[in-house]
Design a protein around this ligand. Structure first.
Ligand code: UDP
Ligand code: MG
Length: 322
């Protein structure tokens, strides 16, 4: 690629502590992209790795002119790394791809050809079977997709993760969205561009281990739900209403029993009621907190990521851009 001509394809790769997998990634991805016959670039976003990934990336970039490396100052998370990559990508089409080779790079030509042939703006790469994932991952993933399709009301392609091709128009719309906690697998279908789906079998990680421990999965789930639906807030109303009915019936029963001269009911019922109401209240306060926390973070307007070597103030200016 000559630096003057804009690439046809940008491949955005979030990278977090993937020292072992990167040489394999380059060895498999480069021939595929070189074989496309169009100018391309690979935007590797080093998400604050601490395992020597920067050195490995620098070594690879020395022999691979199309590889650009961005380095975030600290770990900002998978979706934030994708945000940084999309901000930097110059291609007419942009593919987002994991570094761990679970998304086979051999599929990129098909994604591009499908977009050009069918004239669609989005091509999802959907996993056909997830035999290589753990039982826990498969079960939580299935629940996630079912839940999100219901509450987000977006036509979420089943098993489409973050491996997809997007046109410049889609990337422009994504970048223009002011929300900070972007969950791309929901936002892209939500934008409503014409799309197509290409199927593939998800492979096992080529090396290293997952960086999605339970805590990060829960955060992605909460970001997904709260970004697209206020309906959890309504749980408070329903639980409050139901709890009130039960409490009223119990009160009537207690008064009648007392008037009839029976013994005052024991502490069991009192305890159960107190515990139940306490639990419901805590749940509702927690839910309010989830939304409030996101409003707070949104209103702070802090940059989602900082690039290493970025001019002072540039990240803040970027965060303020529409
Ligand atoms: N990743 C990242 N920042 C993070 C966690 C993950 O950039 O905080 C990258 C990681 O290097 C990989 C991709 O995001 O390229 C997906 O992560 P991973 O493979 O660990 O998740 P899984 O496939 O297990 O869901
Ligand atoms: Mg992975």
């Amino acid at each position: 690629m000559s630096s003057s001509s804009a690439p046809v394809l940008s491949v955005v790769v979030p990278v977090y502590d993937e020292r072992e997998v990167l040489p394999l990634f380059a060895a498999r991805t480069r021939p595929v992209l070189d074989g496309l016959g169009v100018p391309y670039e690979v935007v590797a976003v080093d998400d604050g790795s601490t395992d020597g990934t920067p050195e490995v990336l620098a070594g690879l970039a020395a022999g691979w002119p199309q590889l650009r490396v961005l380095r975030l100052r600290r770990n900002a998370g998978h979706q934030a790394a994708i945000t940084a990559g999309l901000d930097a990508a110059a291609g007419a089409y942009v593919v987002t791809l994991d570094a761990d080779l679970q998304d086979p790079p051999e599929l990129v030509p098909e994604l591009l050809a499908t977009a050009q042939r069918a004239g669609v703006d989005v091509v999802y790469a959907a996993r056909d079977e997830r035999g290589t994932d753990t039982w826990f991952k498969r079960t939580t993933a299935r629940a996630y997709y079912r839940l999100m399709r219901r509450i987000a009301g977006v036509d979420l392609p089943p098993h489409a993760g973050d491996y997809r091709l997007m046109s410049r128009a889609v990337v422009g719309d994504l970048r223009a969205l002011p929300e900070r906690h972007k969950v791309y697998r929901l936002l892209v279908p939500w934008l409503g561009y014409p799309s197509a789906t290409v199927h593939y079998a998800r492979e096992a990680r080529a090396a290293g281990r997952t960086h999605y421990p339970l805590a990060k999965m829960v955060r992605l789930g909460l970001d997904s739900v709260t970004a697209f639906s206020g309906s959890p807030l309504r749980i408070a109303t329903w639980a409050g209403g139901g709890g009130s009915v039960v409490a009223f019936l119990l009160a009537v029963w207690a008064v009648v029993a007392r008037l009839a001269g029976h013994v005052v009911p024991g502490w069991t019922s009192v305890l159960v009621a107190v515990l139940f109401l306490g639990a419901v209240q805590l749940l509702c306060v927690g839910l309010l907190g989830e939304y409030l926390g996101r409003l707070f973070s949104q209103s702070q307007g802090r940059p989602v990521y900082y690039l290493q070597d970025e001019a002072p103030g540039r990240a803040a200016a970027r965060a303020a851009e529409p």
